[in-house]
Design a protein around this ligand. Structure first.
Ligand SMILES: Nc1ncnc2c1ncn2[C@@H]1O[C@H](COP(=O)(O)OP(=O)(O)OP(=O)(O)O)[C@@H](O)[C@H]1O
Ligand SMILES: N[C@@H](CCO)C(=O)O
Length: 316
């Protein structure tokens, strides 16, 4: 095997009701690839990292700070511990995901790099071992380990972080007929900063509401109750504190609702906003509205998406 290309899709963490515990992999319905690609090729010796793609200019200038470089170092260290030796490699990161968007940009790079490295070396690590490394790298960026972007990005679908009995996450049954409208306004919000503004503790009332929402949501997913699931997608943990980071969030959220969205919220730590709709006609109306009222500059975009059940994959 000499060359491999791995695509890792965008993801929307939290889904309102599961701060740090729920995330969905997302793909546009028009077939475009909303995610990063890492290409891996064997070279005689050593390690080379090249960067390409629209958002390459936003990557750190020092190569060692690129999370793909750090993925290579971590993989090599762990591989060595079990008697393996990383081959001479050139990794090329196609950075298509805007950084600090709330769409799991760093997760896309981490997942694509580690899947490429693992596949290239005949899969020395299991899925959960690889996911544990992905969480460690994500933690270096955001300041704390959370798997709600890397797990769906890697494994696909809607993932619930169980972090027990040898499983970091498990897939939840979800509602395949729903459309997701993702609107990235074109401005940057740092995950670390969006975490820093959250309260250190919450009231008993909030904790009870959060438990009821998350428990009922998971129950609704398993029993196929879409109306209950949508009603329970409420955020008492992050949205009240982060809403101010998003342009006119309250107004566009209400407008999406008026146009027929079942629920809207902050994707990950923002500033991307998601709206879930029951059908394509409503998704198209919401998308048109957000194009005109939420985007702040030419970098912004709106995509009509569905949950991506495949996760990270090899491109032909
Ligand atoms: N390959 C990479 N892709 C994205 N960010 C990277 C990468 N390598 C290093 N970084 C750095 O990681 C930080 C990522 O910012 P941030 O904490 O907002 O995470 P993010 O993954 O882009 O967020 P989000 O989940 O909101 O998309 C930036 O400081 C960026 O320079
Ligand atoms: N759960 C994380 C996701 C970050 O993308 C947060 O909201 O901070």
């Amino acid at each position: 095997m000499t060359t491999l290309r791995i695509y890792a899709p965008a993801s929307s963490a939290n889904i309102n009701v599961g701060f740090d515990t729920l995330g969905a992999a997302i793909s546009p319905i028009d077939g475009s690839l909303l995610g990063d690609v890492v290409q891996i090729e064997e070279i005689e010796q050593g390690f080379e990292l090249e960067n390409a793609g629209y958002f390459v200019r936003k990557l750190p200038k020092e190569p060692q700070k690129n999370i793909v470089y750090q993925a290579y170092v971590l993989f090599s260290e762990r591989f060595k511990l079990r008697g393996g030796k990383t081959k001479g490699l050139r990794l090329t990161l196609e950075k298509n995901m805007p950084i600090g968007s709330g769409l799991g940009s760093s997760a896309c790079s981490i997942v694509a790099a580690l899947v490429a490295l693992n596949n290239f070396h005949d899969q020395p690590f299991s899925k959960m071992e690889l996911l544990e490394m992905m969480g460690e790298l994500e933690g270096r960026i955001s300041g704390s380990i959370h798997y709600d972007n890397v797990a769906p990005c890697y494994l696909g679908g809607v993932q619930l972080m169980v972090q027990s009995l040898g499983n970091i996450s498990q897939k939840l049954p979800f509602f395949d007929s729903w459309y997701w409208v993702l609107a990235y306004p074109g401005i940057e919000v740092s995950t670390a900063e969006a975490r820093a503004i959250l309260p250190k503790s919450y009231t008993r009332q909030d904790m009870i509401a959060h438990g009821r929402h998350l428990g009922s949501f998971v129950h609704a997913c398993h029993t196929g109750q879409d109306v209950l699931a949508a009603i329970m997608m409420k955020d008492v943990i992050a949205e009240p504190y982060r809403a101010a980071l998003l342009p006119n969030f309250a107004e566009v959220k209400q407008a999406s609702r008026d146009l027929g969205a079942l629920v809207s919220g902050i994707s990950g730590s923002g500033p991307t906003m998601f709206s879930i709709t029951p059908d394509l006609a409503t998704a198209t109306k919401v998308a048109n509205y957000l194009e005109n009222h939420y985007l702040q500059n030419n970098e912004g975009f709106v995509h009509i998406c569905k949950v991506d059940n495949a996760g990270a994959r090899e491109l032909g």
